[in-house]
Design a protein around this ligand. Structure first.
Ligand code: SAM
Length: 251
């Protein structure tokens, strides 16, 4: 089934054995992909469900098969990216890359040194980017993008009680993230979700790092070089994905 183009739909678009298309989806299917009547694709709800459909211009698709089995592409444990938003358009790249690398949730953080206060339109844009990136990278799930929240609020949700939590700091003599993720001999492997926190261009403040440590975060390094705020999430998620997937059978 991997040869088929994918399209994310909302559950309320399904009506009997048909899926009604939004104007944006019609534009995408007919003008961008140039599909013709009868062409097949996979419709996904972004929550793990998948249907094989045939397109019927101008505004619908017929469901041919339900519950299509697709190759699993999700990480073995949910990974939450807590990202202190960089300025400008940086979040567009972060959302795209974090989706490709398997993040289950992306939580924009208003840290002490965050300069961006995103509009609701920006959040909609990031959700659209996540949807497109999930289709492109053949994910079963589209990561959720939360409402921006303060670091102190985030710590009440994402802390050592709810997850294995790591905060990345660019300076200081910190253990490498990879070292913290490798299984300790004799210890049973964790099954908790993983939270990884990345600071803004100016870095975390001392108070924010102290708050994270008090909430059970392990402060880690991503290597000896200082990475840009846009590069650091991709580096951290690549390391996490490699560590989490190392025992999985190859596909
Ligand atoms: N001027 C800031 C400082 O000195 O901390 C640099 C901040 S860096 C551009 C943005 C964020 O990326 C940091 O807060 C940290 O979360 C992450 N980061 C960048 N390089 C890192 C590294 N080598 N190890 C761990 N985290 C890093």
């Amino acid at each position: 089934m991997s040869q088929f183009q994918r399209l994310t739909i909302a559950p309320d678009q399904i009506s009997g054995s048909y899926i009604r298309l939004t104007p944006e989806q019609q534009h995408y299917l007919w003008r961008v992909l140039r599909l013709q009547a009868g062409d097949r694709l996979l419709a996904m709800d972004g929550l793990g469900q998948c249907w094989l459909v045939a397109v019927e211009p101008p505004d619908q698709m017929q469901i041919l098969e339900e519950q299509i089995p697709i190759a699993p592409t999700e990480l073995p444990r949910p990974v939450v990216l807590l990202i202190a938003m960089p300025k400008g358009q940086g979040m567009d790249d972060i959302v795209r890359q974090a989706t490709e690398l398997g993040a289950a949730q992306i939580m924009p953080i208003l840290s002490d040194r965050t300069l961006l206060n995103p509009s609701p339109q920006k959040l909609d844009r990031w959700r659209r980017i996540a949807q497109e990136a999930a289709e492109q990278s053949e994910r079963q799930f589209v990561p959720t993008i939360g409402e921006p929240q303060s670091w102190s609020d985030a710590l009440t949700v994402w802390n050592a009680e709810t997850c294995d939590a790591y905060l990345c700091e660019a300076r200081g003599d910190r253990p490498h993230l990879l070292q913290k993720l490798l299984p300790t001999r004799g210890a049973s492997p964790s099954t908790k979700p993983v939270a990884i926190a990345i600071g803004p261009e100016g870095g975390w403040t001392d108070a924010e790092i102290d708050g994270a440590i008090a909430a059970g975060y392990r402060v880690v390094s991503l290597g000896r070089r200082v990475l840009r705020a846009i590069t650091a999430p991709a580096a951290a998620l690549s390391i996490l994905a490699a560590a989490l997937e190392q025992d999985m059978p190859s596909s």
